[in-house]
Design a protein around this ligand. Structure first.
Ligand code: BES
Ligand code: MN
Ligand code: ZN
Length: 495
């Protein structure tokens, strides 16, 4: 894994690749004379000939043949300084990492722009770590150059910058850890495997992990999780990760994540095309494991609880069926009209359990819940539905900082009305339209008055083909949502 360090400007610098972040207004006076004089004549030439104008996303590579200790310079165009935002830096840094792989260099040095602030340094670190990721558990690409080291040159304040780099590295590593779990194939990632992975977090004395198995769930009345899990020979687990970073009477933040380790649709079976992608139906739950790892590694001073209902949704002689009426943890009865609307059923139990057991100050859930969220917002924006203006506003605010785009959908009473059933309290699907909202409306029956936000990450949880949209999200699971939620939790840090 790549190590990122801050380093003071030095005249004896050696590297295979020196990367210079350049705004358009700097281009006419561009010079590396602080570091080396070897490249300035060529830089002047390509600037004067307009080969390099610092247009956003443009890159020029200059090779040195004169035996300098700096082998190459990469000029990265940052565009107009006025339009600078951290997401741009994250994306362009990802582009640099991809270029470094083309150039087969295992290290590079960054010369950042003048007056760089903490948020921009974090964006550079995240851009490096997240774009360098690839899922290699089952196949190693021998031609791919591993990035080992990146140094960021800083004039002063080395210690302070090193701290920011450390924080962002730890956070990015938690995202990478999550991607590795989310990308696991369904034959190697049963609910039990997720439980075992979660239990490893208890090496931190502040973390206690409790895994509620099928028998225990039966005695407590988790009718929803048990119904959905019944068709699979891998039995369901309810994973509860408790992080005690503050005093006992400090109300916790609860984070809940859907972990359907494979979603066939059950008896309401899905078409076979692209069904393999339903291994990613566990991404919400995996995100929760990653969030708990991040707050543990960052030693947060907040009480946080992660809850992961983990099941496999399979058709079998013992599966739950359309028409079944199940009794949920909060005693509400649910008529099942489609066994493929399973995520809301397991989350309903988990949310009701969270409210009753922990009296949380806030609940956030993450789930690959509906195809309708993708229809509404596409594959780069997650849907948000919530019952608390204050909490919604905060999550949207942190989402702006992390580049994890989130858009709110409304929770009018009429959506909840649609779910009333003549045979039971509610049914598990609504009418034809507004599918992402009716799914959220279903969840609202299980949170009561507790401030709550639901994130539908169906479109954003993974990349089918490594989209060009974000250079730092390679093919496979993205870990979308982790950075935003960790920022939100960080804002509650007592210290
Ligand atoms: N896991 C799916 C949602 C999904 C679909 C996520 C495609 C990502 C990509 C969920 O369990 C599901 O099947 N939802 C149904 C609900 C419907 C039956 C009301 C859907 O969206 O089609
Ligand atoms: Mn489904
Ligand atoms: Zn599902």
């Amino acid at each position: 894994m790549v190590v990122i360090e801050a380093e003071n400007n030095s005249s004896s610098l050696g590297t295979k690749l020196l990367v210079n972040y350049v705004f358009t207004d700097q281009v006419s006076s561009l010079s590396l004379s602080d570091i080396t004089s070897d490249f300035d004549p060529i830089i002047r030439e390509i600037v004067e000939s307009k080969e390099f104008t610092a247009k956003e996303g443009s890159m020029s590579v200059i090779h040195n043949t004169a035996g300098s200790s700096i082998k190459r310079v990469l000029l990265l165009g940052m565009g107009d300084r006025k339009n600078l935002e951290s997401e741009k830096t994250r994306n362009l840094t990802g582009k640099v990492v991809n270029k470094s792989k083309e150039l087969a260099t295992d290290e590079f040095v960054i010369v950042p722009f003048k007056d760089i602030d903490n948020e921009q340094i974090s964006a550079i670190v995240e851009g490096i770590k997240l774009s360098d990721y690839s899922f290699s558990n089952y196949k190693k690409d021998e031609d791919r150059t591993d990035l080992n080291q990146v140094r960021i040159l800083t004039g002063n304040d080395l210690g302070a910058i090193q701290n920011i780099i450390k924080h962002s590295s730890v956070l990015s590593d938690a995202v990478i850890f999550t991607r590795d779990i989310s990308n696991l194939p369904p034959n190697d990632c049963s609910p039990k495997v997720l439980a075992n992975l979660s239990e490893k977090l208890s090496s931190d004395p502040k973390i206690k992990v409790r895994v509620i198995d099928k028998e225990e769930m039966e005695s407590y009345g988790f009718g929803g999780i048990l119904a959905v899990g019944r068709g699979s020979s891998s039995s369901p687990k309810l994973i509860v990760i408790e992080y005690s970073g503050s005093t006992k009477n400090d109300k916790p933040i609860v984070v809940v994540g859907k972990a359907v380790t494979f979603d066939t649709g059950g008896i309401s079976i899905k078409p076979s095309e692209k069904m393999e992608e339903m291994k990613y139906d566990k991404c919400g739950g995996c995100n929760v494991i990653g969030i708990m790892k991040a707050i543990s590694d960052l030693d947060f001073k907040t009480n946080v609880i992660g809850i992961i209902p983990a099941v496999e949704n399979m058709p079998s002689g013992d599966s739950y069926r359309p028409g079944d009426i199940i009794r949920m943890y909060n005693n509400k009865t649910v008529e099942v009209l489609n066994t493929d609307a399973e995520g809301r059923i397991i989350l309903g139990d988990a949310l009701a359990f969270a409210v009753k057991t922990f009296a949380p100050q806030a609940i956030i859930d993450m789930a690959t819940l509906t195809g309708a969220a993708i229809v509404a917002l596409g594959s780069n924006v997650a849907a948000l539905v919530g019952n608390s203006r204050d909490l919604v506003t905060k999550i949207l605010e942190y989402s702006n900082q992390t580049g994890e785009k989130i858009w709110e959908l409304p929770l009018f009473d009429e959506y909840k009305e649609q779910l009333k059933s003549s045979n039971a309290d509610i049914k598990n699907i609504g009418g034809r339209g507004g599918g992402a909202i009716t799914a959220a409306a279903f969840l609202s029956y299980f949170v009561g008055d507790t401030p709550w936000v639901h994130l539908d990450i169906a479109g954003t949880a993974w990349n089918q083909d490594g989209t060009k949209e974000k250079t730092y999200n390679p093919k496979g699971a993205t870990g979308f949502g982790i950075r935003t939620i960790v920022k939100f939790i960080a804002s509650h840090n007592a210290s």
